[in-house]
Design a protein around this ligand. Structure first.
Ligand code: BES
Ligand code: MN
Ligand code: MN
Length: 486
């Protein structure tokens, strides 16, 4: 056993105890959270980067929650990686559905339950722990490491873009490493090369100047709740196509090779619908579930409210109705373009009897990377060593908008080696992180540092046309694994 491997094995309990510490801090970044707690999590991360061996650590204040920066640059001549992660978490409601309290991390059946366990405190910590392992075992690390850990990812990375633009020199690196996504399935290590983008809008509809008695007025005035649901119902058709004019104008089409690669993954619609508890799946016709999730845009209502929703009955016509809607985007749709098109369409179809206001809450670009970059090849090798299996290439339906900002500003590839699972219940009650993935994730990160350090010593030619071989290699890689239960 390599000394890194045995060191990591010996330190598993300590690593677990340490992530439990940070998981006890309720660093909810939304308005419902307490900024002091978010700050406490930033302080914890900064301290931990210091004890891991960073020689420079700074907590950068922003107009919102702080950005934690750390660096260890003791390997001159070697490549530099920049680790990105987020220490903020989503709110915990509905609280009553949690089996154990969200900020009292608890291990059950090899899984660590807590808000942020998988998204993203547990996952982000694999990298400093890996760097620490190298420094402890070998007195040095095979690559230079920079950390940018933010506290605003869940609210749209409000201040990080500016920080990146203003600190390009400081952040100079050869690759950005992120663990904030899921593997395709348990025991199927994965490298993610694509994420969807996002446009998120709030629609406010106003009818009358006040709520009205539905007997005295019902039938003679507009009901804004009805107007709103009628409008929203017109944004998608029965075949699952979004009906906003121009919505698909810039959508990058799936290639035959990529469709084949998706189809070669061990996905089962039956298992997937069972996992989500849906009687039947529904989506854009002509596309498979993985295509719909990873490479086709979507439209959703995230929340909708109006009028009386308490116990019992109250006869009322609400004066207002509201909805939060989102669209997941694919290359080359842009958040602004889609926000504009959706807003124009809503205005156009709104009945004259109501006033409609649309607010753009946040958004981000989709991200798609070539799969043949040497950094990805190194990540693949590292994952294979840690998980004992060749990883598959996947895309994901979620969004991490800052990834494309890093790529464009720093002109380096991003490597997404997420070790979460699709049943981690991120953003939901009973979020968890499988401890085996935590431990293997640390190992994978340590190996990635080795692989990148070696690749620099003896540069390997990038594989040609990896996309063509993706289907074949995905098939080979997963032959011995069962299909995922998603
Ligand atoms: N880690 C997630 C994104 C994610 C989840 C990617 C699952 C792939 C698979 C991230 O923390 C997140 O929740 N992002 C938000 C977007 C953000 C702008 C609020 C999302 O995807 O809704
Ligand atoms: Mn996340
Ligand atoms: Mn999240």
């Amino acid at each position: 056993m390599s000394s890194i491997k045995s060191y990591l094995k010996k330190n598993r309990q300590r690593h677990l105890d340490e992530i439990k510490e940070v998981l006890r801090i309720p660093s909810i970044s939304t308005d419902s959270g307490d900024p002091k707690e978010v700050r406490r999590a930033a302080d914890w991360v900064a301290k931990r980067l210091e004890t891991a061996g960073c020689t420079r650590v700074a907590i950068h204040p922003t107009g919102g929650h702080p950005i934690v920066y750390g660096e260890w640059l003791g390997a001159p001549g070697k490549p530099t990686i920049l680790v990105y992660g987020h220490y903020d978490v989503q709110p915990v409601d509905p609280l009553e559905l949690w089996k154990t309290a969200p900020f009292e991390p608890t291990v059950r059946d090899g899984k660590l339950y807590a808000r942020g366990a998988s998204d993203d405190k547990g996952q982000l910590m694999i990298h400093p722990l890996a760097m620490e392992a190298h420094l402890q075992v070998n007195g040095t690390c095979p690559v230079n490491v920079k950390f940018v850990i933010e506290g605003e990812e869940e609210i749209g990375s409000t201040h990080l873009e500016k920080f990146i633009k203003e600190n390009k020199k400081r952040l100079k690196c050869d690759a950005v490493i992120v663990s904030d996504t899921a593997m395709f399935a348990k025991n199927i290590p994965s490298i993610c090369y694509g994420l969807r983008g996002l446009t998120y809008l709030q629609v406010d509809v106003k009818g009358t100047s006040t709520d009205l008695h539905s007997g005295s007025f019902g039938g003679a005035v507009v009901n804004p709740a009805i107007a709103l649901v009628e409008m929203l119902a017109r944004m998608k058709d029965a075949r699952g196509r979004v009906t906003i004019p121009g919505f698909y104008d810039n959508v990058q089409r799936l290639t035959v090779a990529e469709r084949r690669a998706f189809a070669s993954l061990p996905h089962s619609d039956r298992k997937f619908s069972r996992q989500v508890g849906a009687p039947e799946l529904f989506g854009e016709s002509g596309y498979s579930t993985l295509e719909r999730l990873w490479a086709r845009p979507s439209f959703d209502i995230n929340g909708i409210w109006a009028g009386f929703t308490g116990d019992g009955a109250k006869t009322v016509i609400p004066a207002e109705a509201h909805a939060k809607i989102s669209m997941r985007l694919v290359p080359n749709q842009t958040p602004k373009e889609i926000a504009r098109k959706a807003t124009a369409y809503l205005r156009k179809i709104a009945p004259k009897s109501i006033k409609v206001a649309v607010r753009d809450l946040h958004g981000g670009d989709a991200w798609l990377a070539p799969t043949d970059h040497p950094a990805l090849v190194s990540a693949g090798a590292a994952m294979r060593r840690a998980f004992g299996k060749q990883p598959v290439f996947i895309r994901e339906g979620g969004s991490i908008p800052i990834i494309s900002v890093f790529e464009h500003q720093l002109k380096v590839p991003a490597v997404l080696m997420g070790v979460g699972l699709n049943d981690d219940q991120i953003h939901a009650p009973n979020e968890k992180f499988d401890l085996i993935n935590f431990y293997r994730g640390i190992e994978a990160s340590a190996y990635l540092m080795e692989e990148l350090g070696q690749a620099a010593a003896a540069p390997q030619p990038a594989r040609k046309k990896a996309s063509k071989s993706r289907a074949k290699s995905n098939r080979k890689k997963v032959r011995r694994s069962g299909s995922r239960g998603r």
